[in-house]
Design a protein around this ligand. Structure first.
Ligand SMILES: [Fe+2]
Length: 245
């Protein structure tokens, strides 16, 4: 089974906690983890967890980027920590456990505080995805949700316009994927249209999904306390402004 998780916001240990829950509490073997963004790619947080505390993930972890990463440092940091986790680049297809995932990290523009330039999903990103033959993709994974499927705004962020990124419908029409998985909005969400089942995932400390090779997703609620860790200055500002919790 692939464990699907999202929005760790640098609380990396929640990944190991949920792997243990899946394997030892639920009795489900986990082969690897796919993370749907807002992993928390920040130099000081990564150094603290992987180098200072000498921690490692219990299973291979693959991730797409969200908006809450240091996008300027992302290429350098993902290269530096390549033995700890693997970045799935935007606009590319990766085969994991025999399933073919079209990966599209990033988000629609929200505001200058939430959305670094590098986070914004561009026309070029969409065009690159659409250049891929439709029969080469089983599952689309994005950080932001597709527009028009009824995802409510993140609690507390209702003043932003309707969730979803532009031209997402073109991807749905072109690929007609079995599944479309996303995070970012910090809530469970499910929707089905003629071709595709859509699943939105909450913060990592609230639960995860288990994906089998037949495209079945089992949703697992598992609330856990957030373990203490060092916060970066940027995070402290975000928390003060109630942008993240
Ligand atoms: Fe996000």
């Amino acid at each position: 089974m692939i464990l699907i998780i999202s929005d760790t916001h640098s609380y990396y240990n929640t990944i190991n906690h949920q792997i243990r829950h899946a394997e030892f509490t639920m009795g489900t073997p986990v082969s690897c983890v796919i993370h749907l963004g807002d992993f928390g790619i920040y130099k000081s947080s990564l150094h603290d967890f992987f180098i200072k505390q000498k921690q490692r993930f219990l299973k291979p972890v693959y991730f797409i980027e969200g908006n809450h990463e240091d996008h300027n440092a992302l290429p350098k940091l993902t290269k530096k920590y390549k033995d700890y986790f693997t970045h799935l680049s935007r606009g590319k297809v990766f085969e994991i456990n025999g399933l073919r995932f079209l990966c599209l990290g990033g988000t629609a523009y929200m505001d200058a505080m939430n959305t670094q330039l590098g986070a914004i999903i561009s026309d070029n990103n969409i065009n690159e995805c659409l250049s891929i033959p439709s029969d080469k993709v089983d599952i689309i994974i994005t950080h932001d949700c597709p527009a028009g499927i009824g995802v409510p705004n993140t609690p507390g962020l209702e003043f932003f316009s309707e969730p979803g990124f532009e031209r997402s419908a073109e991807l749905g029409i072109h690929f007609k994927p079995e599944l479309w998985l996303f995070g970012h909005h910090h809530q469970w969400f499910e929707h089905r249209d003629d071709h595709t089942s859509y699943y939105g995932f909450p913060s990592a400390w609230r639960g995860y999904g288990l994906l089998d090779e037949g495209f079945n997703i089992k949703i697992q609620n598992n609330e856990m306390p957030i373990l203490k860790r060092k916060r970066s200055l940027m995070e402290k500002i975000f928390i003060k402004l109630k942008i993240i919790r």
